[in-house]
Design a protein around this ligand. Structure first.
Ligand SMILES: [Zn+2]
Ligand SMILES: [Zn+2]
Length: 250
């Protein structure tokens, strides 16, 4: 059973949520043999989302389970904003992602991440502290790309990434969230999936459920490397989420 729970129909507002565009994504999912596709557009585009249309078009794809979620940007202290975003549509699930620290994007350009003026160790420490807060907020079903902080190749020097992530993983486990094996990292400067094998093993050791996501922003990226990722998860005996969807969990 191949599952891709991280798909951006709207990309970065590259296209509208029309029936034709939805079909491009669902056709791609069928071609990749997915049994479940979860749309999770960025919260900036809440007004452009058309969950009802997605669900209607999905009726033509009975072999595919289609979920409508959202990828929320977690910033400490903005839980009220996130709750309002979650109320805007009837979402099946929510991905919580840390994309920035103190107002600066950590994943846009290396220069912007460098402008934080932090050593790699400190960058990791602050990033994972924020991830721990995100998990503890209880707002999310899935923590997105849990070691995104490595995107430009920054590696900690005085401790391992798994050590620096331990508190965040404990918070994820305590909150009952899943993480994702996000295959998109291979196409970023770091050149590897999120999370790294050591973090994935640390998550599996805590019995944290792990889903798989392509982070596709274009139809041809739907399901990319998902079969490979699923094979990795079964090889390490990772727990997979039994159910998807907030309504299932609630
Ligand atoms: Zn993201
Ligand atoms: Zn994403």
């Amino acid at each position: 059973m191949l599952v891709d729970t991280h798909v951006h129909l709207l990309g970065h507002r590259d296209r509208p949520a029309t029936e034709a565009n939805i079909r491009l994504f669902l056709d791609a999912a069928v071609r990749r043999d997915l049994s479940l596709i979860g749309f999770a557009d960025h919260e900036e585009y809440l007004e452009d989302m058309r969950p009802d249309l997605l669900r209607t078009v999905a009726l033509d794809y009975p072999q595919l389970r289609v979920l409508v979620g959202v990828e929320l940007d977690y910033r400490p202290g903005e839980e009220g904003r996130l709750r309002a975003a979650l109320r805007r549509h009837k979402f099946d699930f929510a991905i919580g992602s840390v994309h920035e620290l103190t107002g600066r994007a950590i994943d846009r350009t290396a220069a912007e991440a460098d402008a934080l003026g932090l050593s790699a160790d400190e960058l990791y420490r602050r990033y994972f502290a924020c991830v721990a807060q995100a998990a503890a907020s209880g707002l999310f079903d899935i923590v997105g790309h849990i070691d995104l902080v490595k995107i430009f190749g920054a590696r900690p020097q005085t401790a391992t990434a798994a050590d620096l992530a331990a508190g965040a993983l404990d918070a994820v486990a305590a909150a009952g969230c899943a993480i994702e094996l996000n295959t998109n990292g291979r196409y970023k400067p770091v050149g590897e999936w999120y999370p790294s094998p050591s973090l994935l093993a640390a998550a599996a050791a805590r019995n944290i459920p792990v889903t798989t996501g392509s982070d596709a922003h274009y139809p041809e990226q739907v399901g990319r490397e998902i079969a490979e990722a699923a094979a990795v998860l079964s090889a390490i005996g990772a727990r997979r989420p039994e159910k998807f969807g907030r309504r299932a969990r609630a």
